[in-house]
Design a binder for this molecule. Structure first.
Ligand SMILES: NC(=O)c1ccc[n+]([C@@H]2O[C@H](COP(=O)([O-])OP(=O)(O)OC[C@H]3O[C@@H](n4cnc5c(N)ncnc54)[C@H](OP(=O)(O)O)[C@@H]3O)[C@@H](O)[C@H]2O)c1
Length: 288
């Protein structure tokens, strides 16, 4: 594990509260880091495996530009051992009970099929990788932060989901399954640690333009997917990572106190009109 950015002579105790962001160099994780540094004004401890060094530099620059500390660790953050090492390092920069928000923004899934002749089949290693990265690690981090007494009073633990969990998109079955498990983890954790004052929630948002989704399509296909999803969304556009990040800031602040043990829908109705698109090929706002 290497520390990608640490100020010369940086104090080993926190001078404020922290956001822990897993997948901090991604589209969503990066936007959330910037937003939380501004409001409610948190230092950022972020983890990523190093595929996007320019984004890591940019996140560190922007967080520090907002007057907050940024400590990025270049390492996986999904396996129990990675979580153990990550929280060990976190404890050297953040004081006890100083983590205000945990945001799980890791995207690392296998694509394939459960049984489709002639198509790539999911093997046990695909299940393990996807579940560990996309869902189980949220629980590992929660456990480790509690074990080390790093969570601030009333801390918020935030996971992300997408509308696929309510649908069937062939090829993406393991993503849906992992998100479904994550939703249950959020509900159960909510009941287990809610009485201690912590808040656990899942934010479900629609397609946003990030590496994770772009990588899943050929460039031309991606343009078509974007266009068709925008057309089926009531606002007639995709949401942005900045819009998602602003909601995370809100949830992290005092106004977010009562969001708990639940999935919050931020999809903007993105998949609500799938049947409408079949029944009525011409949309209401198209010329008749
Ligand atoms: N994009 C969407 O349309 C959308 C919609 C709804 C929900 N979401 C959810 O939002 C979250 C973030 O998605 P995104 O689209 O922002 O992803 P993204 O842009 O691809 O970023 C993923 C981030 O995770 C890091 N990462 C991947 N595997 C990791 C691991 N094992 N340990 C530590 N870091 C790891 C990546 O950096 P390295 O590869 O360098 O590690 C990167 O920083 C995911 O939970 C996704 O399901 C996304």
């Amino acid at each position: 594990m290497t520390v990608a950015r640490k100020r010369e002579g940086e104090a080993m105790t926190s001078d404020g509260e922290w956001a822990v962001i897993l997948g901090v160099t991604g589209g969503t994780g990066g936007a959330v880091a910037r937003a939380l540094a501004r409001s409610p004004g948190l230092n950022v401890f972020g983890m990523h495996r190093g595929h996007y060094p320019e984004q890591a530099e940019a996140v560190a620059r922007d967080v520090q530009g907002a007057g907050r500390r940024c400590h990025l660790v270049q390492s996986g953050a999904a396996t129990p051992e990675e979580v153990r090492r990550g929280t060990e390092e976190l404890a050297t920069v953040a004081g006890p009970r100083s983590v205000r928000v945990l945001v799980h923004a890791i995207a690392n899934a296998s694509y394939g099929h459960f049984f489709a002749p002639g198509r790539k089949r999911f093997e046990p290693a695909h299940f393990r990788k996807t579940f560990e990265a996309m869902s189980d690690s949220f629980v590992y981090w929660t456990q480790a932060l509690l074990d080390r007494d790093l969570l601030a009073d009333g801390a918020r633990l935030i996971a992300f989901s997408n509308p696929m969990v309510d649908s069937v998109v062939t090829g993406w079955g393991l993503v849906s399954a992992a998100k479904a498990a994550l939703e249950q983890y959020v509900r159960h954790l909510g009941h287990e640690i809610g009485p201690m004052g912590y808040r656990v929630m899942m934010l479900k948002f629609g397609l946003v333009d990030t590496v994770a989704v772009q990588r899943a399509f050929e460039p031309g296909e991606w343009a078509r997917v974007r266009r068709e999803i925008a057309a089926g969304t009531p606002a007639r556009r995709l949401s942005t990572v900045e819009e998602v990040a602003r909601v995370v800031s809100f949830l992290a602040g005092p106004e977010g106190e009562w969001f708990h043990a639940a999935t919050i829908d931020l999809t903007g109705g993105q998949t609500g009109a799938l049947l409408d698109g079949i029944f009525n090929p011409r949309r209401l706002d198209e010329p008749g």
